[in-house]
Design a protein around this ligand. Sequence first.
Ligand code: HEM
Length: 504
Amino acid sequence: MNQRLGPPIQSDRTRSAQVVSYGQFLSHEVMETEIPPFPENDCCEKPQMDNIDFCFPLEIPSNDNVLPPGCLNFVRATPRMDADGVRQQINLATPFVDASTVYGSTQELNDILRVPYSYLLKTDNNLLPTPPGVNTCFDPVIPNRCPVAGDRRVSESPMLSVQHSVWLREHNRIATELHILNPHWNQETVFQEARKIIIAMLQQITYNDFLPTILGQTTMERFKLFSRDVNEGVFDDSYDPKVNPQILDSVNVAAHRYGHSQLTNNQNFADEGCNTVTINYLKDTFESPRLVQQNNGANIPFLARHLACSASNKLDNFIADGMRNFLLRLPEAPGSDIVARNIQRGREQGVSGYNIWRKICGLEPIKSFNKFGEFGNALKELYNEPDDVDLFIGAMLEKDPGFNVGPTFQCLLGMQYQLIKSGDRFWYERPCEIFSFTEAQLKSIKKNTRISKIFCRNLGIHRIQENMFFLPNRKGNNRILCDEIPDIDLSLWRSADVDRRENR
Ligand code: HEM
C-alpha cells in the first residue's frame, strides 16, 4: 500500500536525527508489546499458519517492487483476556517515563544490569554490558557480542544503542559523583539517588524539550504537558490517583509509530566539523551492535555527531526504503515492511479506524476520499469507504501548519503523555516528604538539564548546539563548546551531615 503513497525521502529543515532516535528510545521506554519470538514462530508454515489466534501472516502481492510475492511472517501479540473476556495485549515495559530502558522493567533484569553490592551499572569497557549467557542478539549470523540494557530492543539500530549507552554512562558518572560527595552513604542509597536524578532528567527532557518538537506548543498547553515554570514555583503536584496510566492501543499501534516516517536511510559517521566521513545504510545496520562496539566504542562520537548534525526526515506519509522494504533483513533478504506491519498490528488488535479516532478527538470525520487531497485517488483504490481507512494511514496523511504530527496524533499522544504524567506517583516535580528533591535540587534539574550536555559529558564530543533536537543552523542554536552549556549542580546533593563533619 505504501508504495502508492509517495517517494521515500523528504528532509526536515529544522529537526535533527536526534529527534528520531530519542523518539524511538522514548517509545521503548513506555511500551513493549509481548509478541511470541520469531523466526522461531513462523506463520508462513503449516499447521500454525491456520491458527488465527496466533498467526496473521501478510500476503505480498505479485506486483510488489521489492519483496517476493507470497507469505510474509506475522505473529500476533500474546493474548490475555480482560475481565469482560475481551482479548487484550500485554505491555512488558512500565508505562511511565521512569528510565526502565536504563534499569529494566523487572527486578530480575535490574539484578542482571547492576554490579552486585555497588552503586554502578555493569559495563563492558564502558560500553553496554554483554553478560555471558544472556542472548539478546537477533542476528544469528554475524558474530556480535550481545549487549543487554533495560530494554531488549537495544540494538534495533546503532542510533538507539547510542541513546542507551549515553544514559548508562550518565548513571555511572552521577553515582560516582554522589559517592564522592557523600562517602558515608551506602551503595544502595547512592544507586537509588542516582537513579532518581536520571529519571528526573528524562522526564524534564521529554516533557519540555522533546514532546514540543513533535506536538507543537498548542497541544503541549492544551494537555498541560509542560513542567511548571521555575519562575512560578518549583514543585507541582500533578498526581491523580484515579488516572489509569496504561498505554492506549491506538497509541501503540499507530500514534507513537509516527517516528517511522522520520527515519532516514543513513546512520552515518560525522567528524568534529559535522562532515559525513562514513556512510552506513540503515538496512545494513539493524540489530548490529558491532558498529557501536568496534574499537572499544570509537565510533560512538561519530554516531553522536551524526545525530546532532543531520536532518531527520519530515513527519509525513513517506517512509525511507530501509524501513519499508528491507526492515530487519536478517540474516538475509527478504525483509519486512514497517508500514504493512503497523497496519496489520492495528488490525490484529482490533483498533478502530481513522474516522472513529477523529470523532473521539473532536475532529470532523473524513467522509469523502477527495478530502484526503492528492492521495485521495490512491486510497479510493485501496479502501471501499473512507471509514475503512486505517488509523496509521489516515493520521499520517494529515498536515499540520507547524509541521508537527497531525491533529489526530496530537490528540492521542497528548492524551497519553498526560495520563502517564498525572498517573505517576513518583513524578519528579511532586512535593513529598519521603522522596522529593529539595527545592534547590529540583530548580537545578529544571533549569540546567540539556540532552546536549549529557552527550558532551559522556560521548567524547566537544562542540554541539544547545538544543540538540533542532539542527545547528537554526537561529540561536549554533554549535558551541560543550563547556558553554549549563549543567546540573551536583554539589546540591552533598548532605548536610557531610558539611558538618568537614567543618569540624
Ligand atoms: C531504525 C529504527 C527503527 C526500527 C528498525 C523499528 C522497527 C520496529 C519494528 C520491527 C516494530 C514492530 C512492528 C510490529 O510487528 O508491530 C516496531 C514497533 C514500534 N515502533 Fe519502531 N522502529 C524504528 C524506529 C522507531 C521510531 C523512530 C519510533 C517513534 C518515534 C518507533 C516507534 C515504534 C512503536 C511505538 C512501536 C510499537 C512498540 C511495541 O508495542 O512494542 N520506532 N518498530
